[in-house]
Design a protein around this ligand. Structure first.
Ligand SMILES: O=C(CO)COP(=O)(O)O
Length: 132
């Protein structure tokens, strides 16, 4: 029986894009089975460097975070991986906060660092398997 693909949004600030590419490469066998969307530049990197099929939304500073927040608010996303750069101020900080807040409001799992993202993606990939 065919199952519905899991819908995941992938977002990374510039200082975390290499980490996102490495994470997506590590989980590419799983992510290929998912329906993916991403902010503009992150999505481009994932297409070009990992070979994933990704719906590219606007770049974060141009409203991409808000688009993803709107999607998850209406139940169109199952999980968010948002590798934020904690060391660099972002011009669109209000949009970033709105996205993370929307995850909390709607109880959508959101990983904001690689360790959390690994746990989340592993669990989504093998839901019945006990985590060690
Ligand atoms: O700024 C971002 C998230 O806040 C990411 O946007 P890009 O993927 O377009 O760089």
């Amino acid at each position: 029986m065919a199952t519905t693909p899991i819908r995941i949004a992938l977002i990374a600030h510039d200082g975390r894009k290499r980490a996102m590419v490495a994470l997506a490469t590590e989980f590419s066998a799983f992510l290929q089975q998912c329906t993916l969307c991403a902010t503009g530049t992150t999505g481009q990197r994932l297409q070009d460097e990992v070979g994933l099929t990704v719906e590219r939304l606007l770049s974060g500073p141009l409203g991409g975070d808000l688009q993803i927040g709107a999607r998850l608010s209406v139940g169109s996303l199952d999980a968010v991986v948002f590798l934020r750069d904690p060391m660099t101020a972002q011009p669109h900080e209000p949009d970033i906060n709105a996205l993370v807040r929307a995850c909390d409001v709607h109880d959508v799992p959101c990983a904001t660092n690689v360790a959390g993202a690994r746990l989340l993606l592993r669990q989504l990939w093998h839901p019945s398997q006990q985590q060690p």
